[in-house]
Design a protein around this ligand. Structure first.
Ligand code: GDP
Ligand code: IMO
Ligand code: MG
Length: 427
């Protein structure tokens, strides 16, 4: 398929970085279209581990074009850090293999500060954001009070706009939150210099991607977060501030939906969530600890322990349906080895009703009770298996049973963090 949207089908951290790096072998161009440095996408190649926040997960392959689209909330200082980090480790990054949309909105210090101060203000009602300024940046975009990458390239425009905007933001920081203001001159200096540094990367990336597609290049759209964190489809208000799934591609990459040739969801063989909010299939106590330890479930961006639970077929079915996915990748199958019997959430119950379709109309998703199905586990390590038939019988049965329950074919299994640790089932 010449153009594919690859998105998270749970609450993020499904292993998108690993799968997109793998799929990038057969792509020419990898495009991020939403989110920002709240994302942490891990790619492991030959024992070297990279965590990418803004740069697409195709960057470790030579000769691919990686694009940060207009829908991404870009923290230029973080981006420069990431570019330098890669260069230091021997991966060339220049204006050829990394492109940055002139139209992407910029995250400033006041966005990060307001993100963290609003969380403090919310108290027990906090979202558990990554503190990266994502929500305030997208809010400013919608309120027409944002600055875009192109505005960093013109010192006069930057000064004029940032002076006006920061006056209001500082009033909020000082008078509502009682904190010291952000220094305008410092901001102007550091962002003008960041603009200069990023200039060679900046362009009309929408036009570049459309042109590449017309020329027969293969384009992968890399989602960040997951559908259950989508601002429209997810567990609102415990979500991020962008459209994480297929719907985000058109606006966030300036790519016509009619030219999107396919969609693939990614979900773990179990489930995690980081931050606050509903998580119906969540485990508590020793079993949660065991699963978290087995899967090394600690945030790639913030280092926070991830909440852990069993696979939730209701949520994944919903996410894949919304994305129109013709297939999905089940990751981290290796993690379930040795955990004993495995549970799968097959339906929700609430107020005397049973839901096999995700009840997105319910305000109280956190109150649903999960109906479980128990399946026999396996003890054998499967991380070296590359052929479906060679999996232990119970692992095969688990995969096939979940696939049937979800109703969408599993086109690939992932059994380890490394690029080659996959079992192909058509992808
Ligand atoms: P992303 O945000 O969706 O890209 O996922 P993260 O990188 O935040 O988290 C996934 C974690 O699981 C990373 O540490 C990966 O290296 C690791 N990982 C990915 N796929 C597999 C797999 O199949 N098995 C194991 N054991 N680890 C995996
Ligand atoms: P990747 O791309 C998991 C969560 C935060 C919080 C909520 C809102 O690595 O899968 P935000 O900072 O976006 O305003 O936080 O969303 N969150 C993620 N959880 N993986 C991510 O990205 C996430 N990005 C944001 O923990 O609950
Ligand atoms: Mg992650």
């Amino acid at each position: 398929m010449p153009s594919i949207s690859v998105f998270g089908a749970q609450w993020g951290d499904e292993g998108k970085g690993k799968i997109i790096d793998r799929m990038a072998i057969d792509a020419d161009c990898v495009v991020r279209y939403q989110g920002g440095a709240n994302a942490g996408h891990t790619v492991v190649v030959g024992g070297d581990r990279y965590v990418l926040h803004l740069i697409p997960s195709g960057i470790l392959h030579a000769g691919k074009v990686n694009v940060i689209g207009n829908g991404v909330a870009v923290d230029p200082l973080k981006l420069i850090e990431e570019i330098d980090g890669l260069i230091e480790r021997g991966t060339p990054v220049d204006g050829k293999n990394l492109r940055l949309s002139a139209g992407a909105h910029v995250i400033f210090e006041h966005h990060r500060r307001i993100d963290q101060l609003s969380e403090r203000w919310r108290g027990d009602g906090r979202i558990g954001t990554t503190g990266r300024g994502i929500g305030p940046c997208y809010a400013d975009k919608a309120a027409r009070a944002g600055l875009r990458v192109t505005d960093l390239l013109d010192a006069d425009v930057l000064r004029r706009r940032l002076t006006a905007i920061l006056a209001e933001k500082n009033a909020l920081i000082e008078r509502v939150h009682g904190e010291s203001p952000v220094d305008l001159d410092e901001q102007l200096a550091s962002y003008a210099s960041a603009g200069d540094r990023l200039r060679p990367f900046v362009g009309d990336t929408g036009a570049e991607v459309r042109r590449a597609y017309r020329a027969g290049k293969r384009v992968l759209f890399e989602g960040a977060q997951g559908v259950m964190l989508d601002i429209d489809a997810g567990t609102y208000p415990y979500v991020t501030s962008s459209n994480t799934g297929v719907a985000g591609v058109a606006a966030g990459a300036s790519f016509p939906p009619s030219q999107l040739d396919g969609a693939i969801g990614i979900a773990k063989a179990y489930c995690t969530r980081v931050g606050e909010g509903p998580f119906p299939s969540e485990l508590e106590g020793a079993k949660a600890d065991e699963l978290r330890a087995a899967g090394h479930e600690y945030g790639a961006t913030t280092g926070r322990p991830r909440r852990a639970g069993w696979f939730d077929a209701v949520a994944v079915r919903y996410a894949l349906e919304l994305g129109g996915a013709e297939g999905w990748v089940m990751t981290k199958l290796d993690v379930l080895a040795g955990l004993g019997d495995i549970e799968v959430g097959v339906a929700y119950r609430h107020g005397g009703e049973r839901f096999t379709e995700y009840p997105s109309h319910l305000s109280a998703i956190d109150e649903v009770e999960v109906e479980w199905r128990s399946l026999p586990g396996w003890a054998e390590d499967v991380s070296g298996v590359r052929d479906f038939a060679a999996l232990p019988e119970n692992a095969r049965s688990y995969v096939e049973w979940v696939e049937k329950e979800v109703g969408v074919p599993i086109v690939m299994l992932s059994v380890g963090p490394e690029r080659d640790a996959v079992i192909s089932r058509g992808l």
